[in-house]
Design a protein. Structure first.
Ligand SMILES: *Cc1c(COP(=O)(O)O)cnc(C)c1O
Length: 383
């Protein structure tokens, strides 16, 4: 068999066997008839590409988080990639980012032609602002922080550094829709804030989709061109560009869910705080600091655990979908070899990748399931 193949179908089959799952899509879309009705109307109208629902979704996002502009694109990865392109960042440029993230953050930087320059994280899992200045060179063009697990980074500090060194800021807010730091929503601090609509994100659709927000008229206009072949109108191309549009069909699903997003978010927060309260008494588990005046939206619930791999296997054997996000940091991936990092370069990240475990906290998890999870964790350490 080929070494590289489509492994996703196998993964979904495996997940189905677990009672307490990270994947809750079947429950979430139990009311699919209403969405299917809207899709059926779309099929009669045929405005599949950049249809009216895309405009409607963009306007709703602007209202929701107070942004001036929102642009629907093909994925969260494309939101990041096209942001860098719109800011003129590419070959010969460096972008400072975190080695503790999902592959897409780095993929966007590298495919834009730039070089990722990693800076270690803090024990809250986010980029350490104290280490950013030490990584700035003449080639540095931007800082790309990731609001990991839905906890907004210290964007005031990052903003001060960016202004001092004249750097752009692109936020990877894919985990952080409706997250807030003080009174500002995640995604609203940088030149652009980038979001994903992937099925397992807090606001999700039936496939791939993404969007970004910006207050800049200039970036907005560039984004409209970049996502749609550089077209000003049907017969005028201002620049040869990409095809990365949010599908109308996916915009219908996103619009349907927008009204529920606050409830989804609140239930993730309540479930996470409940885990915090129950796990506080387990010495082998370390809960990260929960900063005041910050709204973390818990795309993931991530704690550190002693004997992590054994704990994960044990919980899986009890039907609990404990997951590792992620065991190998970006600088130690085969894809990063050409950037010449080595083990030991980012000690906090490396330690965290070896100890973190994620527990399901989505809106369909019940208190009983959470209590069961906690009791199994206690059993594991008692045994
Ligand atoms: C999901 C995710 C992305 C990419 O989003 P896609 O829509 O899957 O392309 C980027 N960054 C982070 C941190 C993510 O979790």
């Amino acid at each position: 068999m080929a070494r590289v193949y489509n492994f996703l179908p196998d993964q979904y089959d495996r997940d189905e066997d677990l009672g307490i799952n990270h994947n809750y899509l079947l429950e979430q879309f139990a009311d699919k008839e209403e969405i299917l009705g809207k899709i059926s109307a779309l099929v009669s109208r045929c405005d599949f590409t950049l249809g009216r629902e895309v405009d409607e979704f963009e306007q709703s996002i602007c209202r929701l988080i107070g942004a001036k502009h929102a642009v629907g694109v093909g994925s969260g990865t494309d939101a990041l990639f096209l942001s860098l392109k719109a800011l003129g960042i590419g070959a010969g440029d460096e972008v400072i980012t975190t080695p503790y993230t999902f592959y897409a953050t780095i993929g966007a930087i590298v495919t834009a032609g730039a070089r990722p320059v990693f800076v270690d994280i803090r024990s809250d899992y986010n980029l350490d602002p104290d280490q950013i200045e030490g990584a700035i060179t003449d080639q540095t063009k931007a800082i790309l922080p990731v609001h990991w697990a839905g906890l907004p980074c210290d964007m005031e500090r990052i903003g001060v550094i960016a202004r001092e060194y004249n750097l752009r800021v692109v936020e990877d807010a894919c985990h952080a829709i409706l997250g807030r730091r003080h009174n500002t929503f995640a995604g609203r601090f940088g030149d652009t804030g980038c979001f994903s609509l992937h099925p397992l994100k807090n606001l999700n659709v039936w496939g791939d989709g993404g969007y970004l927000v910006t207050d800049s008229d200039e970036i907005h206009e560039r984004m409209l061109l970049l996502r749609n072949h550089g077209l000003v109108g049907r017969d005028e191309c201002a620049e040869f560009a990409y095809n990365s549009r949010l599908d109308t069909l996916q915009a219908i699903v996103a619009n349907h869910l927008l009204d529920k997003l606050e409830v989804i978010t609140e239930s993730r927060i309540a479930n996470s705080l409940y885990f915090d309260s129950q796990l506080a008494e387990v010495d082998e588990i370390t809960i990260p600091d929960r900063p005041n005046d910050t709204r973390q939206v818990y795309h993931l619930y991530v704690v550190r655990a002693q004997r992590r791999d054994e704990l994960k296997d044990y919980l899986q054997s009890c039907g609990i979908d404990a997951k590792i996000h992620y065991p190998v940091p970006m600088h130690l991936q085969p894809a990063a070899r050409k950037f010449s990092y080595s083990r030991g370069d980012f000690p906090v990240t490396e330690e965290i990748c070896q100890t973190v475990v994620s527990l399901p906290v989505h809106e369909f998890i019940t208190r009983e399931q959470q209590d069961y999870t906690v009791s199994k964790i206690k059993d594991f350490y008692a045994g």
